[in-house]
Design a protein around this ligand. Structure first.
Ligand SMILES: Nc1ncnc2c1ncn2[C@@H]1O[C@H](COP(=O)(O)OP(=O)(O)OP(=O)(O)O)[C@@H](O)[C@H]1O
Ligand SMILES: [Mg+2]
Length: 282
């Protein structure tokens, strides 16, 4: 991978006075909860009054639309080919949230040329003109596309779990960002823990290694418990914050969103707030 090209892509996105915060969700290891976190955080942020775009940058196994129960005629492949503009491929999810569906399938993976990647990264800039926050869901791994989206973002949330492989992979991704001179904020969201103490322990492990060996500050985004409600919500194809607004996962994600959107926690954790979110959706 050429470091220069990843940095050039970041510069492309940073070029023209963008307004929105670009928030990328990444992890290294697969199956740690990125897509669920991206989808639900976007809804929480919209419920807090933000205009939010969610971009499915998991080229090859795009599934944000499935988790959100959306079916879309057009996706980023139509945008890349120049058949549709960005507005034409967007689809409303609920009040305040639009989704930009990804491309699925092996042929699209093969098509993820430098040109296609560059076109989408550049598009982030025009998305940033129309929204307050752009949430980007990325693929597993630390390939060039994942790194490019992280580099183009103001804030990267790394998702980890207590699984040693997930810890190592989150750290490796952070290291790749440092090597590429990422100048955005990085935070860790620890998912699938038994309790808060376990989550904090995982955070301390990665954050202290990051401070010692990479000389970088890793912030704490939050902790999410292993929760059957999340599994059920995926089966129902409904975001967990709407399907089970009182679940621990919904409350954790509301707290993360409140910090990100600088919304007072009290307004995001009361029941009325969740009801408002649910009303907006249906
Ligand atoms: N807090 C949780 N509690 C229980 N199960 C969870 C939790 N978070 C994620 N999962 C499980 O992990 C599965 C994968 O989640 P998700 O698709 O969001 O991960 P991902 O990181 O986006 O995966 P990929 O790397 O393949 O894109 C979920 O369908 C669910 O079964
Ligand atoms: Mg995913």
């Amino acid at each position: 991978m050429s470091q220069g090209s990843v940095q050039e892509l970041a510069a492309l996105a940073a070029d023209s006075g963008k307004k929105a915060m670009i928030l990328t969700i990444a992890s290294g290891k697969g199956g740690v909860g990125k897509t669920n976190i991206a989808a639900n955080l976007a809804i929480c942020l919209a419920a807090a009054g933000k205009r939010v775009a969610i971009l499915d940058a998991d080229f090859g196994l795009a599934n944000l639309d499935i988790i959100l129960g959306i079916s879309s005629k057009y996706n980023l492949s139509h945008f890349i080919k120049g058949v549709k503009n960005l507005e034409e491929i967007s689809q409303p999810v609920c009040q305040g949230v639009d989704i930009y569906c990804g491309l699925s399938g092996v042929e699209h993976l093969a098509q993820m040329t430098d040109f296609a990647r560059e076109r989408i990264i550049t598009a982030l800039d025009s998305l940033a003109d129309n929204y307050d926050i752009v949430v980007v869901d990325t693929a597993a791994g630390i390939g060039k596309t994942v790194l490019a989206f992280c580099m183009a973002s103001d804030h990267t949330i790394l998702v980890g779990t207590p699984d040693p492989a997930a810890i190592t992979d989150a750290y490796t991704l952070l290291k790749a960002l440092v090597i590429n001179k990422y100048n955005g904020r990085t935070s860790l969201l620890v998912n699938m823990v038994h309790d808060d103490a376990q989550g904090r322990k995982v955070y301390r492990q990665i954050a202290s290694a990051a401070a010692q060996f990479l000389n970088v500050k890793l912030n704490m985004a939050g902790v999410m418990l292993r929760d059957e409600h999340l599994i059920s919500s995926v089966q129902k194809r409904e975001p967990v914050v709407l399907a089970y607004p009182k679940s621990s996962t919904a409350k954790s994600l509301m707290a993360v969103a409140a910090r990100l959107g600088r919304v007072p926690l009290s307004s995001s954790t009361d029941e009325g707030f969740f009801r408002k979110v649910v009303n907006w959706f249906f």
